[in-house]
Design a protein around this ligand. Structure first.
Ligand SMILES: [Fe+2]
Length: 320
């Protein structure tokens, strides 16, 4: 099975997205968007923090509609079988830079926007499942799909892609606490309920390869020591490969768990269509491909359609 992954796309400033055509040419079985599919807070006046709920809904609708109408993106999703394109979020398509939803004051002040952003990502996911067919994404920001006052938290699914392959679509924003003035013992990225559900899905498939889709890189987990220890503990016994975004470049990494334990592997591809520092620096056109075969997992990270990094992980020892 071949899975393409990419993250960090800002269509308003960078309307040309050659990455989607390069991905389509490699004929993946699935595509995963690893967050920052749009940037609510860049070139936005006023800042989303200062928008009321209706202004926020109009703004976010416009940002998603821009991506959905992007021809290269629409062509890729249109060519993928229904239900094979997934998306998670990171901070910029949750609320804004470094935004977190897990603190009480954020829920009190910005709860309406968190509810709306959740509804918008669920609607975007539904549209992706329908190959972005006309009408698959509600045409107006006032559509009832976006205004469920009892909107459940974002779905964080564990998908079985094959008997021995799972894809875990984590939600790293709804429950994330901030780090500033929050003691380590109270910090979390995912929250207890999400961690319990994923831990069960992972331990129930002890022989499978587990792809952990994450907006943040593992380096971004470092200030959340409990959640990092939780993921490392699972990775010690189960074969986990993190697919991550966030940093606007490609990278491969591995984190050791000690002798006779599996390491945690990570493949990062970020910066599909934007600049280095979003609006400044060098234009990024990055994507990744992971091929999961019976004996090995081959990771290839591409920069402007040229192979930049690659690594093979052998399934049995879970080592390169
Ligand atoms: Fe980003």
């Amino acid at each position: 099975m071949r899975i393409a992954f990419a993250s960090c796309v800002f269509t308003e400033l960078y309307p040309d997205h050659p990455v989607w055509g390069w991905i389509a040419a490699r004929q993946p079985d699935r595509v995963v968007l690893l967050g920052d599919s749009t940037y609510f807070d860049i070139v936005a006046t006023p800042h989303p923090r200062d928008m009321d709920d209706w202004a926020f809904a109009q703004h976010v609708h416009q940002r998603y509609a821009g991506l959905i109408a992007q021809p290269q993106f629409a062509a890729l999703v249109g060519a993928m079988p229904p239900g094979t394109v997934d998306a998670i979020w990171d901070d910029h398509d949750f609320l804004w830079d470094n935004s977190t939803g897990g603190d009480r004051d954020m829920r009190v002040v910005h709860g309406g926007k968190i509810r709306l952003a959740t509804a918008f990502l669920e609607a975007f996911r539904a549209a992706l499942r329908q190959q972005l067919a006309p009408g698959s994404f509600p045409l107006a920001p006032g559509d009832p799909a976006f205004w469920n006052m009892n909107q459940p938290p974002l779905t964080a699914a564990a998908l079985q892609l094959a008997p021995d392959l799972m894809l875990h679509l984590s939600d790293g924003r709804t429950n994330r606490t901030r780090t500033f003035l929050v003691p380590e013992s109270k910090r979390t990225i995912f929250g207890d309920a999400q961690k319990a559900a994923f831990a069960q899905a992972i331990t129930n498939a002890p022989q499978a390869v587990h792809l952990w889709a994450s907006g943040s890189t593992i380096a971004g987990y470092q200030h959340y020591t409990k959640d990092l220890a939780w993921l490392m503990g699972l990775a010690a016994q189960q074969r986990i490969l993190v697919l991550s975004g966030d940093i606007h470049r490609n990278a491969l990494d591995a984190f050791t768990n000690g002798p006779n334990l599996f390491p945690l592997h990570e493949a990062t591809s970020s910066g599909a269509a934007l600049k280095d520092a979003v609006v400044a620096g060098v234009v990024r056109q990055n994507f990744g491909i992971v091929d999961i075969g019976p004996q090995q997992v081959d990771i290839s990270l591409f920069k402007r359609n040229r192979l930049e990094h690659s690594r093979t992980i052998f399934r049995q020892p879970w080592l390169p």
